[in-house]
Design a protein around this ligand. Sequence first.
Ligand code: SAM
Ligand code: DTB
Ligand code: SF4
Length: 333
Amino acid sequence: MYLAEHPASASGSLPALRHDWHLAEVEALFALPFNDLIFLAQGVHRQHFDPADIQISRLLSIKTGACSEDCAYCPQSAHYDTGLGREALMPLDAVLAAAREAREQGASRFCMGAAWRSPRDSDIEQVCAMVEGVKALGMETCVTLGMLTDAQTGQLKSAGLDYYNHNLDTSEAFYSSIISTRTYQDRLETLARVREAGINVCCGGIVGMGETARDRASLLLTLANLPKHPESVPINLLVRVEGTPLAATDDLDPLIFVRTIAVARILMPASRVRLSAGRDRMSDEMQALCFLAGANSIFYGERLLTTDNPEAVRDRQLFARLGLTLSGYGLDG
Ligand code: SAM
Ligand code: DTB
Ligand code: SF4
């Protein structure tokens, strides 16, 4: 039996999940010889998950562009000219048509993203109708809408929302170099509200933004020391978009990306670690290393929110070559 949350730890057969990591411990994990780190991560992974099992989510941008925030990585910020126009919130029937197609392709979770700093109450009502409609199709639901109030998290919970995505993105120290229009504390407060409402938390970050090794360790430390680990931890490799301040950022060493996945797996053993944005420019071999390091979820389908993701057929071939199987559904089509 593979354990999503680990009742067995209470009986002593698995170590308890830790929330008291020190930065030096996390940095020491990053500094291990590569083989030792991957061996450790794969061992932890096998205590909690079937190593062949991969969960796939499908993203849809339900409201694109013209966001008032200035996140330096983001093509949807109104502060930068990336060629993206402002689009209105998508109508319900178009969202449900996209969800049906995603379900047919094997996605178990449908994630709807909006380019908002925070939603208005009238927006939330429309998003709640989308959540209800997608749930009625038998899929898990996730939304990412920016900062929320207590009342809004309550409405989303009542609509049946399964996951809320809200990333910390980087370390607290590096945060203000990337975003000036909100604080790290704002992010932590929304995460606490989501948790309080009983919605599963999806929270991770982006690497390859010019951060230091300490920033990467610090981001993972903050995630692991939350009162409860996020159920889902997306690790994004920066997608460099022309027009954003980070468009000319240097390449991150691919093995540092793999190490980041491995350390996330070790720190948050029972969470789904998602190999998220950036797969489009990763080789199959690099992705295989990420799965070996403990990644067990991806975004599937040729589009993320506004940028490209690998073609579904390439992912199906990769899964077949690696003997990976989908959580919940079979791959078809
Ligand atoms: N506006 C909401 C927010 O920021 O929380 C929701 C949508 S926002 C696009 C969701 C996440 O996408 C961001 O937190 C960031 O981690 C990720 N993201 C955006 N642009 C990215 C890029 N160019 N490369 C990698 N990840 C990116
Ligand atoms: C996450 O961590 N990554 C996804 C999802 N959560 C919302 C978004 C990636 C966006 C990449 C840039 C784009 O396509 O616009
Ligand atoms: Fe807006 Fe979210 Fe993009 Fe930041 S990451 S500019 S909040 S859409």
